[in-house]
Write a protein that binds this ligand. Structure first.
Ligand code: SDX
Length: 431
């Protein structure tokens, strides 16, 4: 029988505290500590290692078994059988769309893919060598100055319109960030192409000649988007929820999520993994870097390895490795030295006691960079593409939060370790 309450007892004469326990449909039960504050104590959990910050029906992860489900569907099946807009619809509505629904949804998204013409000027405020993530944070945030006709976060219609605008425009914004770096003209979306093809077209086409995306690469790219679409309450999603909990508009909330994803410990790891592989350069140097990763005096970590939740192989990494094979075979790059180096590094690390004992396995970022690099996408765009994909999950989670009548502004407390009260000292009396 599942416990229905937890009791906290103290090793002094303080009265014990009884707290209810809550169960979900899967995963860990939780101790409901909302009433704890009135007993004069807080919980302490920097990094939220053991804290459930919300209820959600969207994504379930089993870290021990290496499982990832979107609304109950295993990621392996969705990556194999769905297109990205089907998965986006699933995340936003909780059900896979039927034919009429996906046709209607695709039509809505296609009608929002263009950017307001003035928005193109925002790009021009950046230096040409600005990192695409810096540009995306700026442009997505500035959308609140262009699309403010539907920003009442408590109005479901407004939430839907802003969600559609973000999902539709984020590929255009990401592709234009790249084009701006290159000094090439922006390519407008072509709505006869599907979501993944449209992005690849905006990235690589030029006005000078016809460009047809390679269907095998476009499908591989779409799988990358599906794998990255959502992932429970990770750092960037928690950022979107916390910013959104104040009633901030959807564009400001998603811009904050992009900012959080940029970190090398999070979404920036795919770019950092490629840089690491380029630095290792050859299988003969793998042991040197494994040694550094284990050295506590060295800040170096094996990028693309380890995960806060997965204590098993990240299921996305396995799918990504298979997609890597497909793309390299399609491009005749079977002997790509970077891929061979990555597989050898994975093999050696997974036989090393340090990684095995800490259950450090490849995560989604370990292979994604190799696939994107093989497709001609520069390192600097890897995290921008992660942000493109995760926008679907961020708006689903942001909408779920705003639709919850019980949600409150997020306001954590602290363990105060500073000076206790003391009297002001005039400057001529200070040491
Ligand atoms: C993503 O949360 C999500 O869901 C994120 C994400 C998503 O889809 O949103 O899955 C996307 O961010 C994937 C993770 C990408 N990041 C990286 O690949 C960067 C490298 N990985 C690490 O920085 C680290 O593994 C984290 C940040 C991912 C997780 O760190 P934790 O959970 O805080 O674990 P920890 O730092 O407490 O490490 C536990 C131990 C430590 O050693 P000891 O103190 O026990 O001796 O494992 C070691 C760490 O030093 N360790 C590593 C390591 N990762 C952890 N040692 C070497 N190389 C690594 N990569």
């Amino acid at each position: 029988m599942k416990p229905t309450k937890a009791t906290i007892t103290f090793d002094n004469d303080a009265k014990s505290i009884e707290l209810p326990m809550l169960s979900g449909t899967a995963g860990n039960d939780v101790i409901d500590i909302r009433s704890l504050g009135k007993h004069g104590v807080f919980t302490y959990d920097p990094g939220f290692m053991s804290t459930a910050a919300c209820q959600s029906n969207i994504t379930f992860i089993d870290g021990e078994k290496g499982l990832l489900h979107y609304c109950g569907y295993p990621i392996e099946q969705l990556a194999e059988h769905c297109n990205f807009l089907e998965v986006s619809y699933l995340l936003m509505h909780g059900e896979l769309p039927n034919t009429a629904q996906i046709n209607d949804f695709t039509g809505i998204i296609s009608s929002h893919t263009m950017l307001h013409d003035q928005l193109s000027n925002i790009f021009r405020g950046f230096r040409r060598d600005a990192h695409p993530m810096a540009v995306m944070i700026g442009v997505v945030g500035s959308m609140s100055a262009f699309y403010f006709d539907a920003m009442d976060v408590y109005n479901p219609q407004h939430r839907a319109i802003s969600a559609h605008r973000l999902l539709a425009k984020i590929p255009t914004i990401a592709a234009w960030s790249y084009k701006y770096n290159l000094g090439q003209p922006f390519m407008h979306p072509k709505n006869k192409l599907n979501y993944a093809e449209n992005f690849i077209h905006m990235m690589f086409a030029t006005p000078c000649e016809e460009y047809t995306p390679n269907p095998v690469l476009a499908r591989a790219f779409e799988k990358i988007l599906i794998l990255h679409a959502d992932h429970e309450q990770n750092a960037s999603t928690s950022t979107v929820r916390l910013v959104g909990s104040s009633g901030a508009n959807p564009f400001a909330s998603i811009a904050a999520g992009i900012a959080s994803l940029w970190g090398p410990a999070h979404g920036g790891a795919n770019e950092a993994t490629l840089q690491m592989l380029e630095e290792i350069g050859d299988v003969s140097r793998i042991d040197e870097f494994i040694k550094r990763a284990k050295d506590k005096t060295d800040s170096f970590r094996l990028m693309g390895f380890g995960h806060r939740v997965y204590r098993n192989m990240d299921p996305r990494a396995a799918i990504m490795r298979k997609t890597c094979h497909e793309v390299l075979n399609e491009l005749g790059l079977q002997d790509d030295p970077m891929f061979k180096l990555a597989m050898e590094l994975e093999k050696i690390a997974l036989e090393d006691e340090y990684f095995v004992s800490r259950k450090l396995y490849p995560n989604v970022d370990f292979y994604s960079g190799i696939v994107m690099r093989a497709m001609g996408i520069p390192n600097s765009m890897f995290t921008a593409i992660f942000a493109l994909a995760r926008t679907a999950g961020w708006i689903a989670q942001w909408s779920e939060m705003n639709a919850d009548p019980e949600h409150k502004i997020g306001r954590p407390r602290q363990l105060y370790t500073g000076e206790t009260r003391r009297e002001f000292v005039p400057i001529d009396k200070r040491a």
